[in-house]
Ligand binder design. Structure first.
Ligand code: PMP
Length: 456
């Protein structure tokens, strides 16, 4: 491992100011009130760290947006992109191109069951949209079921399918989506006390929802295998198998969204491997090439692929399986296999992250719950452990001075870049993170949680 300190860029506050000024003048940012944000300028990144132009180093416990599963600037992936650019930088999708064929082969080799055909997209939202289109054409049915606590993307149909409140502003109601409650024991909708109760009641609720919607009107049921953005709720044992059984009973296409949970994040190649459940379609993006070049896709079962054997699939993208993105995927998957990245996430998750977070929870009254697996963990921060009242959400537009913002600022002051959503901080470092880096991160988290404790 090259020492991160060796690659630290020279501090250059003037250059940083120029980057920020151009950004503020011309870049229109996602999910933001443009006048109320102050995006930090990034000078460089390597492994689990990045630097600003003032020379400050941050340990990235967010993996960007949970995508740099092998960390920043991995030399083998950078070299593969350079090599692909030098030989065949781009080519149209309707050709067989080595990088694309090889990426599809490597992905299909790792996806569960017979999900052996890969439709490439540019990211996660379009993967979700195409999976739903495939399901509708395969079944001839219109509706989609998805969970309230979910995120499936920011394009029109993907945002309609999404359950989290970011849907409200853009939902045009046109996607025929019916939302349901998936398991979440800490804030159970089913008055459950145990995982068994939560699982059984969530399945009963789902079957009732299917019955009242009319099974013959439902094309697809989509779930994040482990809901990510909404709070990293690892489903109770038996839930996904139960959903699989309901989909089989009613002829519904079961789509697992592994855009965030896939490619090592949970300590398995895919989160579906945690339960052994095989969906009919599986979406992926992010970790497939650690986000070095935009790429996503849908892994398709034999039965659904056959639907489009003699009849055309009516959909496609100019950059489907772009050679640069696929070369990055081939290199990333090979790095993950050669360097034992999935095993690293599984082992350090179980032996280091879980115990360290539980230890922090014992000492900090602001921690309401610790949950997760692999390099995919959430701390739920509360004002009161008994009532479970959440700490005020961090929101750049509305609550810049709220407790979660104070918590975030303290983490950053200690050199830790956190992933904060509502009243949660997610611990989602690269799957290549080392034990020493984790310990450095937990020391910063410890200090930041003391700030959160002041609001309990
Ligand atoms: N599905 C899930 C589970 C995701 O986490 C995300 C992104 N956070 C998406 C879909 C959308 O992916 P993208 O932003 O690449 O379109």
């Amino acid at each position: 491992q090259p020492s991160s300190a060796h690659r630290a860029p020279q501090p250059d506050p003037e250059a940083g100011a120029a980057v920020k000024a151009a950004d503020r003048a011309h870049v229109f940012h996602s999910w933001s009130a443009q006048d109320l944000i102050d995006p930090p300028a990034v000078a460089g990144a390597e492994g689990s760290y990045f630097w600003d132009y003032d020379g400050r180093r941050y340990l990235d416990f967010s993996s960007g947006l949970v995508f740099t599963n092998i960390g920043y600037q991995h030399p083998k992936v950078v070299a593969a992109i350079q090599e692909q650019a030098a030989t065949l930088a781009t080519f149209a999708p309707a050709f067989a191109v080595e990088a694309r064929s090889e990426a599809a082969r490597l992905i299909a080799e790792r996806t569960p069951g017979d999900l052996d055909k890969i439709f490439f997209t540019n990211g996660g939202a379009d993967a979700v949209e195409h999976a739903i289109r495939m399901a509708r054409l395969h079944t001839g049915r219109p509706k989609v079921l998805s969970a309230y606590r979910s995120y499936h993307g920011g394009t029109q149909q993907a945002v309609n399918i999404t359950g989290d409140p970011r849907r409200w502003a853009s939902d045009d109601g046109a996607a025929g989506v019916v939302h349901f409650w998936a398991p979440y024991l800490y804030r159970s909708r089913f008055y459950a006390q145990t995982e068994e109760e939560e699982c059984a009641r969530a399945l009963e609720h789902l079957e009732t929802t299917i019955a009242f919607e009319g099974p013959a009107t439902i094309a697809a049921l989509i779930l994040e295998t482990v809901p990510g953005t909404a709070g990293i709720m690892v489903p109770p044992p038996g839930y996904l198998a139960g959903v699989r059984a309901l989909c089989d009973k009613y002829g519904i296409v079961f789509v697992l969204d592994e855009v965030m949970a896939g490619f090592g994040r949970t300590g398995e190649w895919f989160a579906a491997d945690l339960s052994g459940v095989v969906p009919d379609l599986m979406t992926f993006a992010k970790g497939v090439n650690s986000g070095y070049v935009p790429l996503g896709g849908v892994a398709i079962s034999g039965e659904i692929a056959e639907t489009f054997g003699k009849r055309p699939y009516p959909g496609g993208l100019t950059y489907s399986g772009h050679p640069l993105a696929c070369a990055a995927a081939v290199a990333t998957i090979n790095v993950m296999a050669e360097e034992g990245v999935v095993e690293n996430a599984r082992r350090l998750g179980a032996e280091v992250v879980g115990p360290a977070l539980r230890e922090l929870a014992e000492r900090h009254p602001s921690v309401g719950e610790v949950r997760g697996t692999g390099m995919f963990w959430a701390l739920e921060l509360v004002k009161n452990r008994e009532t479970r009242e959440p700490l005020v959400p961090y929101n750049a537009a509305g609550a810049a001075n709220g407790p979660m913002a104070a918590f975030g600022a303290a983490a950053k002051a200690h050199g830790l870049w956190p992933f904060i959503n509502m009243n949660r901080t997610h611990v989602v470092p690269p799957c290549t993170v080392t034990e020493a880096e984790l310990k450095e991160g937990f020391a910063a988290l410890d200090a930041a949680l003391s700030v959160a404790d002041e609001h309990t």
